[in-house]
Design a protein around this ligand. Sequence first.
Ligand SMILES: *Cc1c(COP(=O)(O)O)cnc(C)c1O
Length: 243
Amino acid sequence: MPCGVDYDLLREGWLAVKARIERAAMAAGRDPGGIALLAVSKTFGPEAVRAGHALGQRAFGENYVREAAAKMDVTADLAGLQWHLIGPLQGNKAKEAAARFAWVHTIDRLRIGERLSRSRPAELPPLEVCVQVNISGEASKSGVPPEEALPLAQAIAQLPRLRLRGLMGIAEPTADVSRQRAQFGILRRCFDGCRTAGLPVDTLSMGMSADLEAAIAEGATLVRVGSAIFGRRRNAGHLPEPD
Ligand SMILES: *Cc1c(COP(=O)(O)O)cnc(C)c1O
């Protein structure tokens, strides 16, 4: 491995996260196989993606289109990589995002969905998308309010070249597990509402390094984990802060 990535440390982190997912699933009486791990590689270099790939990780999450595209270019030799955009998406980046990512988790308005739909290249499969819901109630957070999740999901599901997969949410940073669970529970109920309304959604994208157990207890099918795998993010200073 090139310098900059401690492969053994990364392996330990990745295995520990796998074990946490498995334990949380068992505790909730769920099949661990029903919970996907998205490795969030934002701010880490392509060597981190290479090291993750060598461990068997294939799905990687990024917050910034530019940063991700550069990383994709230099890891194009790795087979089976699947890139997920999990950061807020500006309209002027929608075209590039639609061309480069397999998934976008952060659709929070119809307009951005329409742009992605128009821009998804014909030779690629439909873009897999989630609607982002603001479950913490914090004004600073992106996402539609819970009561708007179903109407937006229904509208997004109509768009060609997109495939609606589910909902995504971010809980407020708190060590209080009951608060974490209450917020993830809101997303879970929105998800159930989408299914009841007949939408073929199968993805509940919630849970990060600090709260994946609570998310799994509330039904997460995909957890997005960065620092518990790759370590602390140190070089984010020049980038806009993620939500
Ligand atoms: C950065 C980020 C993550 C990963 O956060 P960690 O706490 O490092 O696991 C997950 N989801 C989103 C939307 C993020 O921006």
